[in-house]
Design a protein around this ligand. Structure first.
Ligand code: 3H9
Length: 694
């Protein structure tokens, strides 16, 4: 149960909102806070009030879990709390620490002053949940920092530092040292000086740069993702500059309610909680304490190995980068440096930071030089024999208890672990996504033998590396790539049946993906999957339909962007895919040779044909317990494959469409096309009128 306490420190009252873990404004908090405020105002014992969050000090805003549930009758809410603060006869000073977000910042802006510890982050992240701020953020923030800065904060949703907030006038002071004591001292001094304690609502808005809102609207219209929340936010901030305060508030209120009820917001909130639920892994309890990871080693200095080494360097963890080929090692290091310098050129890190990060990466050439690392990740050629040879060397060189991980995308990590039985408890998969230093997903592949502590350690490490770790069981392609296969197959079949690559890609980007399957394949390089297909061709089931076009492209040396041609053609130095009549001719010829008569196929069928296989395979993955929950699958697809987050991931999307509708289409496709047998779990969920198992 949340508690709100009032403690007296001389003539200053300190109100602490204690609602672990993040002091959200759940039911009960506003009522208790209003009661403490009334106590603090009663009588003449106090001159002023300091308001802060308990525990870590974080105030994360409204309780997102309670959105969509009826607010208990008669129970005050966040807006009542804000009204009470503004009505307080004694000045209220917000003392901020950790993160002060959403409704937390809105509450702070209603206070008479704001102070913060130096590391505090302040923001209005509501847009990431699909709605504009709903408790005055769009009205008070522009009055404090100006409409331009307020728009930026509200539209990108990213927090700013306390130092920045002070420079912009969002807070009145940055306080060093113990925050409660410093805030009380600040309150005493401010009261002695007579303020100023002017409420933000009473301030006039500063002049707005010409064309600000028009430009913002034009940019919002181009924005990938839900535009309603962005456009509503712009309207509300504009209202802060044109309407009286209370009218602006009313406008914000209705925009907030409208967007909160949208499917986009529902999906984004699902993604928020699914990512956090993925951190809770069955069989890995509190007693599985993560082991300390102070140093790392990465084997293989290619694109993946270099990217993984950068993840460690970025997180401040020293890493040894091993490659037996000195030239490859030098090339790998040069690429890493180029990447850092490009980031510095964009102003995201300083030149000194480039050197600091490079300094954390030590190139080495022998296994004897990585034995001291707490975790060793191999990113060598994707072939079992190569991987097991590496693991044999790790067995001989790694210190006892070191975690040994394979960055395989497909191979059986149980089989790898079995080759070094004495260390099998420390072996698992860490499947990074390319570019590894950018992509947030980390599939943690749980072997049968990995100990809970090994898993807990890698999950904690993943979070330190700023990743979203999701545990997958062992199967071919794990969660993400196993599902990808059906998506790509159907996209290729659609070509033979009547589409062109650009039509398929357009339907998929129209759905919300940043790229369609063919543009994506050209970017990734067609040769990698070609090599894989060739190595497996003997095992291919001849009864299954097979589209040969991707192979034919590769046979002509069309490997995608890197060779200037793949599914598309590319002008020299350009990455813009251009439709290629030569590819169309290949498609038409392939259809003819298979006796397929091509027809017009609309975007709706393209979307269903490409995306329903994700749902069907996802259901199998869930039934086999490769993924612990449907939300884990969604987390994989949103963070690793750019499934539009405002659609919530494939499993959430299917639930919202209605599983009976999805099953009906899958069953209909199964009558015409190969590879559409409905997953038993999907059939059962529909028969029993249930959702995905939790
Ligand atoms: C809002 O305020 C609307 C207003 O404008 C208007 C209203 C009328 N509610 O992320 P973590 C849980 S909208 C409920 O792992 P961290 C989270 O699920 C809100 N629960 O920790 C997790 O639970 P569990 C605007 C929340 O240290 C636990 O706390 N605010 C909320 O890495 C720990 O979370 C936001 O969008 C919440 N608001 O990061 C802020 N926040 O342990 C969203 C967290 O059961 N929150 N939880 O899995 C965050 O960005 C991060 O959680 C934060 C801490 C930076 C605060």
């Amino acid at each position: 149960m949340p508690t709100v306490t009032l403690e007296r420190q001389g003539r200053i009252g300190v109100i602490v909102i204690d609602n672990p873990p993040v002091n959200a404004m759940s039911w009960g908090v506003p009522g208790a806070m209003i009661a403490r405020l009334a106590e603090a105002n009663a009588g003449g014992a106090l001159d002023g009030i300091v308001l802060m969050g308990g525990g870590s000090g974080v105030i994360a805003g409204a309780d997102i879990r309670q959105f969509g549930q009826p607010w208990p009758a008669g129970e005050p809410n966040l807006r009542d709390m804000i009204t009470a603060v503004e009505a307080s006869a004694k000045p209220v000073i917000a003392a901020l620490k950790g993160s002060c977000l959403g409704g937390g910042l809105e509450l702070a802006m209603a206070c008479h002053q704001r102070v913060a510890a130096p590391k505090t982050m302040l923001g209005q992240p509501e847009i990431k949940l699909g709605f504009p701020p709903g408790a005055g953020g769009t009205q008070r923030l522009p009055r404090l920092v100006g409409a331009e800065r307020a728009l930026k904060m509200i539209l990108d949703g990213n927090p700013i530092s306390a130092i920045q907030a002070f420079e912009w006038g969002l807070i009145d002071a940055v306080l060093e040292g113990d925050l409660p004591a410093a805030a009380v001292a600040h309150a005493r001094a401010a009261i002695a000086a007579g303020g100023p304690f002017r409420l933000v609502r009473d301030r006039a808005s500063s002049p707005v740069p010409h064309g600000l809102f028009e430009t913002a609207r034009a940019e919002a219209a181009k924005r990938r993702g839900p535009q309603a929340a962005a456009l509503a936010s712009i309207d509300c901030v504009e209202a802060a500059t044109t309407l009286p305060f209370d009218q602006g508030l009313a406008k914000e209120r209705s925009a907030f309610e409208h967007c909160l009820a949208s499917e986009d917001s529902r999906a984004l909130r699902h993604v928020f909680f699914a990512e956090r639920a993925a951190a809770k892994v069955p069989g890995v309890g509190e007693d599985a304490k993560p082991q300390a990871i102070a140093s790392a080693a990465v084997i293989g200095s290619g694109t993946m190995g270099g990217g993984i080494a950068m993840c460690f360097a970025d997180a401040g963890i020293p890493v040894r980068l091993l490659d037996a080929d000195p030239a490859a090692l030098q090339r790998g290091l040069a690429t890493i440096r180029r990447n850092y310098e490009a980031t510095a050129a964009k102003g995201r890190i300083s030149a000194a930071e480039v050197e600091a990060r490079m300094g954390r990466i030590t190139p080495v050439s022998g296994f004897d030089q990585i034995g001291g690392a707490d975790i060793i990740i191999e990113a060598v050629f994707e072939e079992m024999a190569v991987k097991t040879e590496v693991f044999a060397k790790l067995d001989a060189n790694a210190k006892p208890g070191a975690i040994l991980a394979s960055n395989t995308s497909y191979l059986n990590v149980d089989a790898i672990a079995a080759t070094i039985p004495a260390r099998a408890g420390f072996v698992l998969g860490t499947h990074f996504f390319s570019p590894a230093n950018v992509m947030r997903l980390l599939e943690v592949v749980r072997t049968k033998t990995a100990s809970p502590q090994t898993l807990a350690s890698v999950l904690a490490l993943g979070r330190r590396l700023n990743k979203v770790p999701v545990v997958s069981g062992v199967c071919y392609g794990f969660i993400g790539n196993r599902m990808l296969e059906g998506y790509v197959r159907q996209a290729e079949f659609l070509l033979e049946e009547g589409c062109l690559p650009q039509q398929v890609d357009k339907a998929i980007t129209g759905f919300g993906f940043p790229m369609g399957p063919f543009a994506m394949a050209d970017m990734a390089g067609l040769d990698i999957s070609w090599r894989k297909r060739k190595s497996q061709s003997a095992a291919r089931d001849p009864r299954r339909r097979y589209s040969p076009i991707a192979d034919q492209l590769c046979e002509q040396g069309r490997f995608g962007q890197k060779t200037g041609a793949g599914w598309y053609r590319y002008d020299k130095g350009s990455r813009t895919p251009l439709a290629d009549p030569a590819v169309e001719a290949m498609i038409v010829a392939s259809a003819r040779s298979q006796g397929i008569s091509r027809r017009d196929i609309g975007p709706e069928e393209i979307t269903e044909r490409c995306l329903y296989p994700l749902v069907n395979e996802g259901a199998r993955i869930l039934e086999e317990r490769i993924a612990a929950r449907a939300g884990d699958i969604d987390t994989v697809w949103v963070n690793g494959y750019a499934f539009p987050p405002w659609k919530g991931g494939p499993m959430h999307w299917a639930s919202r469409l209605g599983l009976p509708k999805v099953l009906a289409s899958i069953t209909a496709f199964a009558k015409i096309h190969d590879g559409w047998d409905p997953a038993p779990l999907l059939v059962r969920a529909v028969q029993r009128n249930e959702g995905w198992p939790s």
